[in-house]
Write a protein that binds this ligand. Structure first.
Ligand SMILES: [Zn+2]
Ligand SMILES: [Zn+2]
Length: 656
């Protein structure tokens, strides 16, 4: 056992390589900072090897940069995965080493969370739960870690809602997220290039990401941004897709460009290369289709198509589909066009930047691999599991919804083995209005299954503004994508204990009741969801929420949460988090009431009753929900602005 701090007095020195990188310096500083917060002791930090300056030397750094330290370790004990790290004790030394500088940072965070009991729960100043201890001992350690899935990414779909309206300043919450991600070993932050400005990112976010080794991707629904019609449209209308015999702009269709036009390929590639020269910090550039549908109908694009039966119907699920059988349409010509275009652009980009990576999104009717084209080796494909069922695991044979997605994943495993990442929605969808999404059991089964599918990982659609609602899902994803065999029950137990302390019993009941209700829905032991065709499947729509929210049980747990607030021994952070959960609970009660009324009304109307008999009741429920949401001041509980926008839209359907 090593003693780093004894009765508040430092007994150790932190040592990093003489040529330490920014990330290694940050790792050493983080260790010193957290040890100080836990114990009050200040551990000195040195650059370069020192011997015997303190009873215990703590070495923090990357093996590659540090041959003097690397040669002390037996080579078989060193992780070989490029993202590996190790924690090792010797009689007078503690080694916190990574194969990369990020690995060293992860080793520091692993020590803090798993040995010292620090909880990395929320965002910002109140995010970490620091235990208070005057003595810090480290038991004998010989631990080597490496991830099963090397790509662990989170999205920001724009600026956060606390940023001043209309400003280009990047919200401080974005930096808080990058901080949280590093603590959970995420590798990248995917920035929506259509909604942020690269110069603003460089000014306000890049530094925080770089010192944590978090890569920044410039991507998302951005095809039009590489050839903006505002810039080119007047002079070159022929660059854009034809729809109904008219050239449209860069937003009007999913494949918004006339992809058979060689000048379009040249210009997009040149713009990507130029952008990369101006912003060399960008790790991956995306060339993703826009949201929506459609592609160019011009003769020269059509002449390159091969399949006459332009679309084949699929059975993916769309909750608002009016079709009696939910469908999406897979268009072989369209995926061929997309991949051909990607390959041609990538060829030109790689000619200028040989190590460039281009990200591609396969989504909705572009979901399946292209039948006639292989993917360029410099393309990283991402497959969006859009409107999958989350009550069932992806490979659960009992799930009629996910059968389709499982088939798609298998096709991708064969088409681009070892290259596929998912785009996933562990926050439900925008339409789900920040409601609880208890999917831990599903995540556990999914990530275990993905390990044998040649999957590299996932990017999770997410935002700071609903971190309280979905932070546990994000943390579970981070843990399972690192190690899908991790014991999730233990993980949740630790998370609850750290987040809520003496209130963990009541708070744990809240989270677990929802999780077990989701499982009951999947088994058919709970009220059916709002889709009569798939009553045991759960897609994140607000009308499904009343099936998830067991009013009586949750009311009782709500009382327990209030009582838990009277517990003694809550730390400041635990009290803060418990109050966040109580606020979120009240929001859920109001949401279940509002959407329960809406669902009943829709069912009654479908059975022949009149809308006007129900509209007032629905609007009243929505008004109450709105009044509550307007009172929520904390910007990280439930994405208030998104919920308010949604309420407005729903209400307008009932006040027409
Ligand atoms: Zn065309
Ligand atoms: Zn299902």
């Amino acid at each position: 056992m090593l003693t780093l701090v004894e009765e508040g007095q430092g007994n150790a020195a932190i040592i990093m390589p003489a040529e330490a990188t920014e990330v290694e310096r940050f790792a050493a500083q983080e260790l010193a900072r957290c040890v100080h917060l836990i114990s009050g002791a200040n551990l000195p930090v040195y650059l370069g090897m020192r011997e015997s300056i303190a009873p215990v030397s703590v070495y923090v750094g990357a093996l590659d940069h540090w041959p003097e330290v690397a040669e002390r370790l037996e080579s078989e004990a060193v992780p070989h995965h490029p993202q590996g790290f190790l924690l090792r004790t010797a009689p007078d030394a503690l080694y916190l080493l990574g194969c990369t500088p990020e690995g060293a940072l992860w080793a520091v965070y692993a020590l803090l969370s798993e040995v010292f009991g620090v909880g990395f729960i929320g965002l910002g100043a109140q995010g970490d739960e620091m235990p208070i201890r005057t003595t810090l001992n480290v038991p004998a350690l010989d631990r080597s870690e490496e991830p099963v899935f090397p790509y662990r990414s989170f999205l920001t779909s724009g600026n956060e809602s606390d940023a001043p309206p209309g400003s280009n300043v990047i919200s401080p919450l974005q930096s808080d997220r990058v901080d949280w991600m590093a603590k959970h070993r995420a590798t990248s932050f995917l920035l929506h290039s259509g909604r942020l400005r690269a110069d603003d990112v460089a000014r306000h976010l890049l530094g925080d990401a770089a010192r944590r080794g978090i890569a920044l991707e410039w991507s998302h629904h951005n095809m039009g941004t590489w050839l903006p019609s505002k810039v080119y449209g007047r002079k070159h209308p022929e660059y854009y897709a034809v729809r109904n015999a008219l050239r449209v702009d860069d937003t009007a269709t999913q494949l918004c460009l006339c992809t058979s036009n060689p000048s379009v390929v040249e210009e997009v590639a040149a713009n990507i290369v130029r952008f990369w020269e101006e912003h060399p910090w960008v790790s991956i550039v995306g060339l993703w289709p826009n949201d929506g549908y459609g592609m160019c109908e011009c003769d020269s694009c059509a002449a390159m198509d091969r399949y006459d039966d332009e679309t084949s119907r699929e059975c993916a699920y769309f909750p608002d589909s009016a079709d009696p059988v939910p469908v999406t349409e897979f268009d072989k010509n369209k995926t061929n066009r997309y991949v051909r275009f990607l390959n041609e652009v990538t060829d030109r980009v790689v000619a200028e930047r040989p190590d460039a990576r281009i990200s591609a999104l396969f989504y909705v009717d572009l979901l399946r691999p292209a039948p006639d084209h292989e993917l360029h080796p410099s393309i990283d494909p991402m497959v969006a599991l859009y409107w999958r069922c989350s009550a069932h695991a992806l490979y659960d044979p009992a799930c009629p919804t996910n059968r389709y997605f499982a088939e798609v994943v298998d096709e991708w495993s064969a088409y681009a083995p070892g290259r596929v990442a998912f785009y996933e929605y562990y926050m439900g969808m925008g339409e789900y209005s920040a409601l609880p999404f208890p999917i831990l059991k599903t995540l556990e089964a999914d990530w275990r299954a993905f390990a044998s599918k040649g999957v590299v990982g996932a990017c999770i659609q997410s935002a700071a503004s609903h971190h309280v609602a979905y932070g546990l899902n994000y943390a579970a994803f981070a843990a399972l994508s690192w190690n899908p065999d991790a014991n999730l029950d233990e993980f949740v137990e630790r998370w609850l204990e750290s987040a809520y302390g003496p209130a963990a019993g009541a708070a744990g009941r809240w989270w677990r009741a929802l999780e077990s209700r989701m499982q009951a829905i999947a088994r058919g032991d709970a009220p059916p969801t709002s889709d009569a065709r798939r009553p045991r499947c759960y897609t994140p729509t607000r009308l499904n929420f009343p099936s998830l929210w067991d009013q009586d049980r949750m009311a009782e747990i709500g009382v327990a949460l209030d009582q838990a607030a009277e517990s003694s021994g809550l730390s400041h952070g635990q009290r803060y988090r418990l109050n966040q959960l109580r606020t979120y609970h009240t929001f859920c009660v109001a949401s279940a009431e509002a959407y329960g009324r809406e669902r009943k009304a829709k069912e009654a109307i479908a059975a022949g009753e009149k809308q006007e008999d129900y509209a007032a009741g629905v609007v009243e429920g929505l008004n109450r929900l709105e009044a509550f949401v307007r009172q929520v001041g904390d910007p990280t509980i439930l994405s208030a602005q998104g919920v308010l926008n949604r309420i407005e839209r729903i209400r307008s359907q009932w006040t027409r």
